[in-house]
Design a protein around this ligand. Sequence first.
Ligand code: S3P
Length: 168
Amino acid sequence: MGNVILIGFMGAGKTTVGFRLSYRLRKPVIDTDKEIERAEQRSIAEIFAAEGEEYFRDSETRCLNRLLEHTSNQIISVGGGLPLREENRKLLHTLGQVIYLRATAETIYERVKHDTARPLLQGDNPLAKIRTMLAARESCYQDAADIVIDVDGKDFEQILCEIEKEIA
Ligand code: S3P
């Protein structure tokens, strides 16, 4: 379907890379978190608080199925936990080329340490939490990915150049 899909842990840069790639490739960009917030008329934090994580994960699968009906030649950035479901990984492959923005726990921590909008990273010792979650998720990200881009220590310009080379 010709889409370029960005996956990776929270704070890996999916949303920013998505916007910049959209500008450079002159293709529209979609973000699954934003789509879900719009469909639900409430924030991700509110959805987690009121309905719990499983409900949110179901919303992600519904969102992917909607995208499959009408989305081609676009940039799609997806929530960090969306590739955890095998069903979602299959849907991602059908949608297009999947790019995993891979970052270490330390890089992620530096980017999200002041963030209150991500319910899964709140609480004591977020760095330890990031390390544990990242280790548990890595195989899912690898499994979903067609292309892996390491983002540590790189600015957005470098990351975009690497992506453009890979998808050319
Ligand atoms: C989540 C990542 C978030 C959002 C939700 C859950 C996760 O998206 O979908 O808070 O489980 O990793 P970002 O990766 O865009 O922060």
